[in-house]
Design a protein around this ligand. Structure first.
Ligand code: GTP
Ligand code: MG
Length: 318
């Protein structure tokens, strides 16, 4: 091959590569105008306003609730309650729906229990749901309440996981206890509680792996971490669920709560395309309250879950 041919071949190859990358970037870009969770239900009511309340209304409300990820069981219950109340106009139907949801959700205690000395919060969940980020946000909240905090990097499995928590620790100015990569996560948990007790630290937050060699190993490991961190004396076992995963989060919720006594749920990524209805489904399925909601990647993007505001936003007019 002479030089000219080589130059042309390389140029064509480069052009092709640039084109492939450009297409990948365009395809990978999130679509604009994603329907917000709140709009899903209100559009069902708008349809109803057009035709009045009839059996079609119940069907479209049922569909809308399912679309908003409320789940089959909760949806059936809600629509039945609504039918029994037999509202005669749409405004009243919305009120009945709101009252029903708020009553159901307000019955739960959503405060964080922090009684131990030190108080121990164990954070669990599938990889990528937002555990480590949530821990940093939670530490930030506790620091603002003048509490002292220690972070335990008990995700010794994923390369870089301990360093990731370490970076947050430096940023927040809190101590991070770690171990050897590939080492025993339970001993990291034990050491951190021990060290916090010795130093008089108020709260220990334990980060865990989202994936090990197999699901069964992960659950066995979490059980062990829970035991050495104090067992029943662990104040909170927070299960972090990614709200954008829809009904898959329910499968995860079942698996974790079967292995470990989950005391609260943190629902992350509610700022993205999540359909908020999953909150209703998760609480019914687990019988455990959603205590905190993540609504962004920043340190201030963690809010206590407020059922009244949540129901309002689920049903508000767009
Ligand atoms: N938009 C948005 N992104 C979030 C939120 N919470 C976490 N993330 C992002 O989700 C990604 C995964 O977060 P991590 O905190 O690393 O998740 P993890 O559960 O610790 O993951 P593993 O350590 O792999 O198990 C990161 O890019 C976070 O910035 C949230 O509330 N909203
Ligand atoms: Mg992590």
């Amino acid at each position: 091959m002479d030089t000219a041919v080589i130059v042309v071949t390389v140029a064509v190859a480069l052009a092709a590569l640039v084109a492939i990358v450009a297409v990948a970037v365009i395809v990978g870009r999130p679509t604009a105008h994603v329907e917000r969770p709140s709009a899903v239900l209100s559009s069902a009511f708008r349809r109803a306003i057009g035709v009045g309340l009839d059996s079609g209304t119940w069907e479209s409300i049922e569909e809308a609730l399912l679309e908003a990820d409320v789940g089959v069981e909760a949806t059936t219950h809600i629509v039945e309650t609504l039918r029994r109340a037999s509202p005669t106009e749409v405004g009243r139907a919305v009120e009945v729906l709101k009252e029903g949801l708020v009553t159901e959700m307000s019955a739960r205690d959503r405060s964080l229990r922090l009684e131990g000395d030190p108080a121990v919060i164990l954070v669990v969940g599938v990889n990528g749901t937002g555990k480590t980020t949530t821990i940093a946000k939670l530490a930030n909240r506790l620091l603002k309440e003048d509490k002292t905090v220690l972070l335990a990097a008990a995700d010794t499995f994923r390369a870089g996981a301990m360093a990731q928590l370490g970076v947050w620790g430096v940023r927040l100015g809190v101590r991070v206890v770690g171990g050897q990569e590939g080492g025993d996560p339970a001993s990291v948990a034990y050491d951190s509680v021990d060290s916090a007790r010795a130093a008089g630290t108020d709260v220990v937050i334990i980060d865990t792996a989202g994936r090990l060699h197999g699901q069964r190993n992960l659950m066995a490991e979490l059980t062990k971490i829970h035991r050495v961190a104090g067992g029943e004396r662990v104040d909170e076992v927070l299960l972090v669920l990614d709200a954008t995963l829809g009904q898959n989060t329910l499968v995860q919720a079942r698996q974790f709560s079967a292995a470990i006594p989950v005391t609260g749920v943190v629902l992350t990524k509610m700022d993205s395309t999540a359909r908020g209805g999953i909150v209703v489904a998760v609480e019914r399925e687990l019988g455990v309250p959603v205590k905190l909601v993540g609504d962004g990647e920043g340190l201030d993007n963690l809010q206590p879950f407020d059922p009244v505001r949540f129901v309002d936003s689920l049903l508000e007019n767009p």
